[in-house]
Design a protein around this ligand. Structure first.
Ligand code: NAD
Length: 284
């Protein structure tokens, strides 16, 4: 897709981080915005900020795991703007730990948002993109979807599935009589609030002790995230990729290629996975 002006961008997880930066970039390009997030205060802020700069914005507070809410969001977007062209299935949460130690609740929560949320977005909005005859779908995975680091459990599993879902979707759309591109975004560390898992302590029913532990980890990790790539740069790369019809978006190309070739070489040489942990996530 080459022309963005006057077209409609749909973005989940738009209250914060990469989703918010995508919304800002789409607004700068003259797009109309349909924004969704679970965090209603953050979403209202994003919506107000963009409306003040003259953009047409529609916001919906919803949980991407709720398929009916996503279908309602699609219906409301069409009622408001008459079409949808760009779809960013971006909402996501972190997760980690050893697989056998992850609670059922945390597993379902991460897979529900990071994987089922993307599926719900595809199901709800692809018919509108097909009807428009042009468009592009960007699913936010992660470099974690291209390598399998120990200790990253549900997060890595969900992101591998998002990469696979995007690859399948690109093939499914190839046979359709419409110009709909697909990309999968696979960044390494980006300076957002992703590490602030304490936001979700109520949803996960964490104990007082778990909350204290989370706060201590966040304090430490927060300093590191400040040094990571800015979400605005990621948004810039995403729109360049949409323009160029590029499928894999790798904001940290050097280290990502290194990890992908290592994984493929392990497979081809019939070796056990050689990645040692999240410390191998690319820095560049
Ligand atoms: P973020 O926490 O700043 O933003 C995520 C947004 O998703 C938040 O506004 C949050 O409220 C929303 N969200 C969470 N659960 C939701 C739900 N159930 N329904 C609707 N909205 C929900 O983090 P971010 O880094 O901007 O994350 C965006 C995407 O980027 C995620 O899919 C994440 O996995 C991916 N990603 C992030 C990084 C990184 O280092 N920041 C790296 C690779 C991939």
């Amino acid at each position: 897709m080459q022309n963005f002006e006057g077209r409609v961008a749909v973005i989940t997880g738009a209250a914060s981080g990469i989703g918010k930066a995508l919304a800002e970039r789409a607004a700068k390009l003259g797009m109309k915005l349909a924004l969704a997030d679970f965090d209603s205060d953050g979403l209202t802020n994003t919506g107000h900020q963009l409306a003040e700069t003259g953009s047409e914005v529609f916001t919906a507070t919803l949980d991407v795991t709720d398929s009916q809410a996503m279908e309602q969001f699609a219906a409301d977007t069409l009622a408001r703007f008459g079409a949808a062209h760009l779809l960013f299935n971006n909402a996501g949460v972190g997760g980690g730990g050893k697989l056998w130690e992850v609670t059922q609740r945390e597993w379902q929560w991460v897979i529900g948002i990071n994987l089922n949320g993307v599926f719900n977005g595809i199901r709800a909005f692809t018919p509108a993109l097909l009807a428009a005859g042009e468009g592009h779908i960007v699913n936010t995975a992660s470099v974690a979807g291209l390598m399998s680091a120990p200790g990253t459990s549900s997060y890595t599993v969900s992101k591998h599935a998002v990469v696979a879902m995007s690859e399948v979707l690109a093939g499914d759309l190839r046979g359709e009589d419409a110009d709909i591109g697909v990309s999968v975004l696979c960044p390494s560390f980006v300076n957002t609030s992703i590490f602030r898992s304490s936001r979700y302590a109520d949803q996960l029913e964490h104990s007082k002790e778990q909350r204290a532990e989370e706060a201590a980890i966040e304090e430490m990790v927060g300093e590191f995230f400040k040094t990571a790539m800015g979400p605005e740069r990621v948004a810039e790369l995403v729109f360049e990729a949409i323009r160029d019809g590029q499928f894999y978006i790798l904001p940290h190309p050097e280290g990502t290629r290194e990890q992908v070739s290592k994984r493929l070489q392990d497979i081809l040489d019939n070796r056990s996975p050689s990645v040692s942990g999240p410390e191998e996530f690319p820095q560049a």
